[in-house]
Ligand binder design. Structure first.
Ligand code: SF4
Length: 409
């Protein structure tokens, strides 16, 4: 048997969709992480989301712990390149507010929201909106009644029972668009809980060792839990929980999946903003043209196609190379620094030319061949012009914020 033919057969799960990302079934195992910014800090959070996406993250979770966070989500979701999941703590109203903000998924901890009528109200709303929920059982915040039932200890059985109880509440309102996690910081406990859960249900599973701590120990703990289960075919989406920059989590997730032969990447990694009220070009078309132009060529760079120069270069500052649309022209940037202004119909051609140059000569050489000050000045000119024309609320997020204020306060 050669190395390429060694694979880990995956357990069969049903498939759900977190926005554009399929989870479970035959979908690739996806990588998740969580922002560490205040969600109310829209620009800071979006910058982190773009950095995560550039590091290989497929789905990003943001906390939604207060009305200001829900309002932030209304502004973040239309501009995020990847689906956003709202992390709900104790208040079910925050779940309703996050749904109003347009999030593509919710995470509920059954140990925190315990009133059945609240759980069912959230599940009904998710059912009506077609938004999935992760039931996120956590060994550290188990429902006290289950804790007691199992002798004052957190056991795999208690964690699985907590998840199944929540599933039963959801079933009462005919909602089953669910993935599940049973995380613990204790690796053997977490492994056994997931094994039991995999026997009990065919819902897709989100794997993680929670509160694993700072690297390298946190990485080792996370890898011990994740890799063991993945090798058994268990797991449809993963998250490392590190006390570090979340980009480290996304990177570790990607590296683990690549190391285990569960994900492959050697060509261009094209990221594109979803387009929103600010877009100055047809982002979908430009991204498709760029994808076609790069094709299967072995250019292992992250390339960003961004709809506007107002936010594009900042949001995608971690990409190796990118283009952001201004008025009838494109602003090329390398690692967040503006390098050139090109006519709109040459944007894709120029992207390819710059990508080839970077692969051959490196980023520093690419930056050195142009006057970045001049390019930055041009970008700032278009940026100011667009802001003047479109105002601050091109996505009409403020209307949603008004509704959220009514729901959540
Ligand atoms: S058009 Fe601009 S603001 Fe909108 S998502 Fe794209 S880069 Fe972000």
């Amino acid at each position: 048997m050669d190395a390429a033919s060694v694979t880990f057969p995956r357990r069969r799960t049903r498939q759900i969709n977190v926005g554009s990302v399929a989870v479970g079934g035959d979908a690739p195992i996806s990588i998740q992480s969580m922002t560490t910014t205040k969600t109310a800090d829209v620009e800071g959070t979006l910058q982190q989301i773009y950095a995560l996406a550039a590091a290989g993250c497929d789905i990003v979770r943001c906390t939604c712990n207060e009305p200001e966070a829900a309002e932030g989500l209304a502004r973040i979701v239309p501009r995020s390149p990847v689906p956003i999941i709202a992390d709900i703590h104790h208040q079910y109203r925050m779940a309703l507010a996050a749904l109003e903000a347009g999030v593509q998924g919710l995470r509920l901890n059954p140990g925190n929201i315990r009133k059945p009528e609240h759980i069912k109200a959230v599940a009904s709303e998710c059912r009506d909106r077609g938004v999935p929920i992760r039931i996120g059982v956590n060994g550290g915040s188990l429902d006290p009644s289950l804790y007691e039932k199992y002798g004052g200890r957190v056991t795999p059985e208690a964690m699985v029972e907590s998840a199944m109880m929540e599933l039963a509440y959801f079933a009462e309102v005919d909602f089953s668009d669910v993935k599940i996690s049973v995380k613990a910081s204790n690796v053997p406990l977490m492994i056994e809980a997931y094994r039991q859960l995999a026997d009990a249900t065919d819902h897709p599973l989100h794997l993680g060792v929670t509160e694993a701590g700072p690297p390298p120990a946190g990485l080792v703990k996370g890898t011990a839990g994740l890799a063991t289960l993945l090798a058994e075919g268990i797991g449809d989406t993963i998250r490392y929980s590190l006390t570090a920059d979340p980009v480290e989590e996304a990177r570790a997730g990607r590296q683990l999946l690549e190391a285990m032969g569960l994900r492959e990447r050697k060509n261009i990694d094209l990221i594109a903003c979803p387009s929103c009220g600010r877009a100055e070009v047809d982002v979908i078309q430009v991204a498709a043209d760029a994808q076609a132009a790069f094709g299967d060529r072995e250019i292992p760079l992250q390339v960003a196609v961004m709809g506007c120069v107002v936010n594009g270069p900042g949001e995608a500052r971690d990409a190796d190379l990118g283009i952001a649309a201004g008025r009838g022209r494109g602003h090329l940037f390398v690692k967040g620094q503006n390098v050139a202004v090109v006519p709109e119909d040459e944007m894709v051609e120029q992207l390819v030319e710059w990508a080839e140059y970077i692969v051959e000569h490196g980023t520093d050489a690419a930056l050195a061949r142009v006057d970045t000050t001049k390019a930055a000045r041009e970008a700032e000119r278009d940026r100011a012009r667009l802001l003047g024309e479109q105002g601050d609320d091109a996505n009409a997020s403020e209307a949603r914020v008004e509704v959220i204020r009514k729901i959540s306060r």
